[in-house]
Structure formats: C-alpha cells, structure tokens
Ligand binder design. Structure first.
Ligand SMILES: [Zn+2]
Length: 334
C-alpha cells in the first residue's frame, strides 16, 4: 500500500485561455492553470509534479451528458447563452474549456484505475454551471460530467469536497435535471459557517465521508480547495491562512489514517476551483501551492521546501483616508 511519490498532473497548455480576460472580468480562472504551473516550477515543485498531456479534449457529445443541447450549441458557436458564465466568449475559451473538463475527468479516472497515484487536475470553472447555462465564471459542470461517465463506465461513485468559498450548486442543479447524478455523486461537501465553526463542520462531514468509504459506498474522492474561502480573497471570508491550511491538513491526515486502517490506497484527485485577488494573485497561487505541498508531505511522504506567502489584502480606500492630499493611485496594505 505505498503511494507513488509524484503527483500525476493532467495538464496541457491547451487548457489555458490566454485571451485578455483579466481586464474584462474579475476571474483569472481561464489563465489559472498556466499561472499555477509556472509558479510551481519556480518554487521547487518540479520533482513532485509529473505532467501528462495524454488526454483528448471533450467534444460536444461529452457536454450533452449534463447540459441541454441549446446551451452546448450556443457556447460552441458564440450564441446568446455563450457568455452566461460571466466570461468574454472566444473560440480560444471554447477550446480551453474542452480541455479543462477533460483534464478533470482523466485525472479522476486515472486515480480510480491506479489508486496509489495521487492525481491533480489544475482546473476550475465548473461548480456553478447549470444544465442549461453557465454561471459565476463556470461554463460546464465538469464534476458532474466526469462522475456520470465513471458511473456509466465502471459503476463508480464519487464524493466532492468543495472548499471553494461559494456553494457548488452545479451538482444539486444537475441532479434535478438528471436523477442519475444522485447515484453517481454520493456527497457534495461544502462546509458551512466560518473560522472555527467552518472547521467543525468540515470535521463532521469528513467523518461521514470516511464512514461511506469504509462501507464501500464511495469509490473516489475529489478535493477542491478553492482559494476564495480565504478571508482576504476578493470574494471570500471563511478562513484565516492558518484555518485554510488546517482544512487541508484535516483532509490529508484523515485520508492517510483511513488508508492505513483499510490497508489500501483511496483514489484521490485534487482540483483548484476559485481564487480571486486583484491586489495580489500570487497569494492565491501560494495557497494552492501550500495545499499541494501538504498533500505531498502527508500522503506521499515527500517533503517540499516551500513556504506559502499569503499577503494581507491591499485596501485602496484606507490610503485615501490617511492621505487626503494625495491624488495618486498608490495603495497601502491593511
Ligand atoms: Zn468561488
């Protein structure tokens, strides 16, 4: 029961949309895979990240598993529903979305086939998508599509730990359109509350998850530690830096203990989900990198000498209050 000592990462530059999205939208999600992969390389993760680009992009028929034909057609062709996701439409965005959704599916599938391998899909932009439209920077329900495919292919049942700061509505929304989702996805854990209560709620949900795994009712787990559950994120409030990493530690140590108890590896896949800081995007990347460092240390026994740096949020109005005479656009840290 020994885990492989690398994180198999389903990444291709084709899953990145390089169009000038940052200036037109709050979300850098379409660029995030590239920014994070560069950040990891720069910060000593090269030995632990084993990249594979051996996966084909999804095609229209894959998206039709969990979306209406009108919406899928509109998104592919730039029709009226194409920008319901809140992102400027482009053919490059269409191409990248076909790869992000495929990356997640193949990462989960690989972990199921090779439970000793921790897999990683550096992707986001799934969990608010509705069956008939995009929503909140999300285009298609990548988790729902991946899980329905695995359920149909192999009868496998999954659980998502969605620690993004926002509720992952795409799973319950899809289940009301496609009842099979309830069979394919047993749990969609979104911790409630904030700070201490948030961690307590996570702890309760983890115990339920582990009980289902012990009972053979959940076959694989997807950990999506969105950085917008951090209190300094533009769209988040739930956790301090210490609490955010405590959540990671609770998950990885819990899985590790359960693996020892069961005498087998549990298929685990990591994904990114949200994270929005216009003042300091490196802090978003640091949180994700710190989470990966913890995964490597606890699950794989591989130490990485990286220390996450999460900077306090820069608040422009404070500077203006301190220095009324200045008309500059300088900023200060809160
Ligand atoms: Zn979010």
């Amino acid at each position: 029961m020994k885990r492989t000592n690398t994180i198999k990462t389903f990444y291709t530059p084709k899953q990145v949309c390089r169009k000038d999205i940052a200036n037109k939208s709050t979300s850098k999600s379409p660029l995030k895979p590239l920014l994070l992969m560069n950040f990891l390389e720069k910060n000593g993760f090269s030995g632990i990240i084993e990249t594979t680009d051996e996966f084909h992009p999804f095609v229209k028929s894959d998206f039709l598993i969990a979306h209406t034909k009108d919406y899928v057609d509109d998104f592919f062709e730039g029709g009226p529903l194409a920008e319901m996701n809140g992102l400027p439409w482009s053919t490059e965005l269409v191409d990248s979305v076909c790869y992000t959704n495929s990356s997640l599916f193949h990462a989960i599938r690989y972990a199921c086939l090779h439970p000793e391998t921790l897999t990683f899909s550096p992707t986001s932009g799934f969990h608010h998508a509705m069956p008939d439209s995009g929503s909140g920077f999300c285009t298609f329900s990548g988790q729902v599509i991946a899980s329905l495919k695995l359920y149909r292919e192999k009868g496998l049942v999954g659980a998502y730990l969605d620690l993004d700061g926002h509720f992952g509505n795409s799973i319950p929304n899809s289940a009301s359109f496609y009842p099979e989702v309830k069979e394919a996805i047993r749990m969609n854990i979104n911790p409630k509350f904030s700070h201490h209560e948030y961690l307590e709620d996570l702890s309760i949900e983890l115990e339920k998850l582990f009980a289902h795994i012990r009972a053979g009712e959940i076959d694989y787990v997807v950990w999506c530690h969105g950085a917008d559950s951090h209190e300094w994120d533009d769209l988040g409030y739930q956790c301090s830096t210490e609490e955010w990493f405590r959540a990671s530690e609770m998950f990885y140590t819990g899985i590790k203990r359960l693996e020892e108890e069961l005498g087998r590896c549990i298929p685990v896949t990591l994904s990114l989900f949200g994270g929005y800081r216009r003042d300091d995007y490196e802090s978003v990347l640091s949180l994700h990198a710190g989470d990966l460092k913890m995964a490597a240390g606890i699950l794989l026994g591989q130490e990485i000498s990286y220390t996450p740096t999460v900077n306090p949020k820069i608040i422009r109005k404070d500077f203006l209050l301190l220095d009324n005479e200045s008309s500059s656009s300088q900023v200060t840290r809160a």
